[in-house]
Design a binder for this molecule. Structure first.
Ligand SMILES: [Zn+2]
Length: 56
């Protein structure tokens, strides 16, 4: 989970540590725009001091 514009609606992100799951119910307005195309700081979603990962 590096940037909000890579997070697709319906994707689920999970914390490997505690099992918390978050679902994307609405996409970022910049979804699909490449990192270079918009100067936006990286978004980090941290749980238990670790970055949350997309659920397979
Ligand atoms: Zn956690």
């Amino acid at each position: 989970m590096s940037s909000c514009h890579e997070m697709k609606q319906g994707d689920i992100y999970v914390c490997k540590d505690c099992g918390l799951e978050l679902k994307v119910v609405a996409q970022c307005k910049n979804f699909g725009i490449s990192e270079k195309a918009h100067d936006h700081d990286t978004c980090n979603f941290i749980c238990c001091e670790k970055e949350m990962v997309i659920k397979e």
